[in-house]
Design a protein around this ligand. Structure first.
Ligand code: HEC
Length: 271
């Protein structure tokens, strides 16, 4: 099955594209190529989208799935491990999918006390992270070495599962995380300081496609389970029983929960 992501612009953006209110055709055309958003605005939009997706995955899939006996593991990709991805690895999967996409959007999840040493912030990002821990406000800067506009957003312990798993993890470097703590930050990078509507839509679509890619890898993994019972995949969620939503149903919920203002609807069609 292939999933196509189509993005629809609502409200004012449709007006700009189709010259509502008597804007001459040629002016409307220029409007579509002029840069519409600053890189900060776009990275903020995609980060909000990420918060919604990650919380949904952590609570409704991992949290509720575990109560049904479903397993989630950091080694979920290994052949002898029959399990789904942990939330951080779900995000890492999205980052990998983004690297393979033509959209130059970078994503990284780091911390000052990481479970995985490779996720420890360094340099400028480590410096800004101490500020994020104080006020939980986003930080923006231009990374001179990589020539990339960079935005960092707090990653909060939003569910009990975050805290218990990190505190108990054999490789943990901190075992007293509490609900609501700033456990880390997502770092997003993009090469340009402003984006057109199309580039903005491409960023949001490639993020959404990344989540669908990882989720579908998880469903493929289940397909190949040999020893474990396979949950039924369709329109039901783990809170209703031994079920998992299909990729379309999962993405549909993300769409309903997400709330960025200008660019709104991500429509999924399958063929
Ligand atoms: C069942 C265990 C588990 C749960 C639940 C979990 N994590 Fe993690 N988390 C991990 C593991 C394992 C890693 C390291 C993954 C890797 O190898 O990159 C990690 C990585 C991270 C990182 C990157 C820094 C680090 O520690 O390596 C952050 C930040 C993070 N998790 C925050 C969260 C938040 C916030 C939640 C809840 C929304 C959460 N985690 C839920 C196990 C968990």
């Amino acid at each position: 099955m292939r999933i196509l992501l189509k993005t629809i612009l609502l409200g004012t953006s449709i007006c700009m594209l189709h010259s509502c209110g008597g804007v001459p055709e040629d002016k409307a055309d220029t409007a579509t190529v002029e840069n519409a958003f600053s890189v900060e605005e776009v990275l903020e939009m995609v980060s909000k989208e990420n918060d919604v997706t990650r919380t949904l995955y952590t609570k409704a899939i991992v949290g509720k799935g575990k109560t049904q006996g479903m397993k989630f593991d950091e080694d979920w990709r290994k052949d002898d491990v029959e399990a789904g991805p942990l939330p951080a690895l779900f995000l890492r999967g999205v980052a990998t999918s983004l690297r393979k996409s033509p959209v130059p959007l970078g994503l990284y999840l780091g911390s000052d006390f990481p479970v995985n040493a490779a996720n420890k912030f360094e340099g400028k990002q480590a410096e800004l992270f101490t500020q994020i821990k104080k006020d939980q406000k986003p930080q923006f800067f231009f990374d001179e070495d990589q020539k990339l506009h960079t935005a960092m957003f707090a990653d909060l312990a939003s569910a009990d599962a975050c805290v218990t798993c990190h505190n108990k993890h054999p490789q943990t470097t901190k075992s007293d995380w509490k609900l609501g703590d700033v456990m880390g930050a997502t770092t997003w990078q993009y090469p340009k300081d402003s984006l057109t509507y199309k580039e903005t839509v491409d960023v949001l679509s490639s993020y959404a496609k990344g989540t669908v890619d990882v989720y579908m890898e998880y469903l493929d993994e289940i397909e190949n389970f040999k020893a474990s019972e396979k949950p039924e995949i369709g329109d039901k969620w783990p809170e209703e029983g031994f079920y998992l939503p299909s990729a379309e149903v999962f993405l549909d919920s993300v769409k309903k929960l997400s709330s960025y203002e200008t660019v709104k609807h991500l429509v999924v069609t399958s063929e």
